[in-house]
Write a protein that binds this ligand. Structure first.
Ligand SMILES: NC(=O)c1ccc[n+]([C@@H]2O[C@H](COP(=O)([O-])OP(=O)(O)OC[C@H]3O[C@@H](n4cnc5c(N)ncnc54)[C@H](O)[C@@H]3O)[C@@H](O)[C@H]2O)c1
Length: 341
């Protein structure tokens, strides 16, 4: 039967992880928990296992070896603590939380249980990204230029609320901020500014782009954000992100290092300078982050992106918001993380 796997929160992204888990011969999906029970029932019909209306019932009845948590950003805390209390390893989608207070609570539980955990930062597993990490290892990095543009607002009731999603900076751009840490090391301070560039009030003809919305009311998040980052290595960085509709999904990097300029588009990379080359992300590369977790649990080895990493990457977004609130003065990530790590 192999590893007995449970799912908590079986909305959008869980469908990807369910499909990937189902491809593994050494994994059996034993149960699905969702506060919308009909979603858990649908997942059970499609992938096997039984349906539950919450994580505690799933853990009690099925005693899974590991759990995949795909709840919205504001629905973290109790689920992870319940898993940790029972010693059940978990994979959790990014962001790990929308506040450092909650992330710290979960981290204490994870540490106490010495739990295997993984955060869903899938870009770290692109083959191209891994290649670039090797290329950058021996070079001084001067500039880390990151961007994340979305063509609109994801159609989720929690997305337009800052206290529920964390806004684009915490919810989506965290992928790039985390990748920046993976490739270029830790960020020591962040200066940020945010803006609401367009009127998101619904109009009779409010269209969609690629399934994304162009309107929401209430809408309490910034739609455009700019950060300046200072890395521990001495490198400087920027992050530009916007969800103003009409553009396309576009996320990536330009990294300026001694003898090399690297361009990352999604998971694909190219580099030029003293060496030139390209490398694609790899076939079904978004599955690797889950597979690394499953293998870590099966083999009893550490995972590649433990909970701590999610906490450190969250701190960059929160430092950006803290700076914006303070009028743009730099905020140290160490201040955001004080007492947590
Ligand atoms: N890594 C990626 O590429 C990627 C892509 C999309 C989404 N995500 C992340 O995944 C998370 C979920 O996003 P989504 O788009 O799937 O959201 P969603 O709203 O489609 O699904 C979330 C599900 O969780 C359920 N839920 C809420 N609270 C719960 C609770 N306490 N117990 C059990 N179930 C609960 C909801 O009913 C819903 O079915 C977000 O943090 C998002 O950032 C990651």
């Amino acid at each position: 039967m192999g590893l007995r796997l449970g799912f908590v929160g079986v909305g959008g992204i869980a469908q990807r992880h369910l499909a990937n888990a189902a491809l593994r011969g050494d994994v059996t999906i034993v149960g699905h928990a969702d506060i919308r029970l009909e979603r858990a029932q649908e997942a059970a019909r499609k992938y096997g296992g039984r349906a539950y209306d919450g994580c505690p019932a799933l853990l009690e009845a099925e005693q899974p070896d590991a759990v995949v948590i795909c709840t919205p950003p504001d629905a973290h805390g109790d689920i992870e603590e319940t898993c940790a209390g029972r010693g059940v390893p978990f994979f959790v989608e990014k962001p790990v939380a929308v506040s450092m207070e909650l992330a710290a609570r979960v981290k204490r539980a994870v540490d106490a249980a010495k739990l295997t955990t993984q955060v869903g930062y899938m870009y770290r597993f692109s083959k191209g990204v891994r290649r670039v990490r090797e290329l950058l290892r021996s070079r001084r990095i001067a500039m880390v230029q990151q961007h994340f543009y979305m063509p609109g607002l994801p159609d989720r009731d929690w997305w337009p609320f800052l206290e529920r999603s964390g806004g684009q900076l915490t919810e989506q751009s965290t992928h790039m901020l985390d990748l920046g840490r993976f490739l270029c090391g830790d960020v020591v301070s962040v200066a940020g500014t945010t803006a609401r560039v367009r009127d998101w009030k619904p109009r009779p003809d409010s269209p969609r782009t690629g399934g994304l919305l162009w309107a929401a009311d209430p809408f309490t998040i910034p739609d455009t954000t700019a950060l300046t980052l200072r890395y521990a290595s001495g490198a400087l960085g920027t992050l530009s992100c916007s969800m103003v509709p009409g553009t396309a999904w576009d996320c990536g990097f330009r990294i300026v290092a001694e003898g090399l300029i690297v361009t990352i588009e999604g998971g694909d990379v190219r580099w030029r300078g003293s060496e030139e080359g390209t490398e694609a992300a790899g076939e079904n590369w978004p599955s690797y982050v889950l597979y690394d977790f499953l293998d870590a649990v099966l083999e009893g080895r550490p995972s590649a992106v433990p909970y701590d990493e999610g906490v450190r990457s969250l701190a960059i977004s929160l430092a950006g918001y803290a700076s914006a609130e303070a009028g743009g003065a730099p905020v140290a990530t160490a201040d955001i993380l004080r007492g947590v790590l």
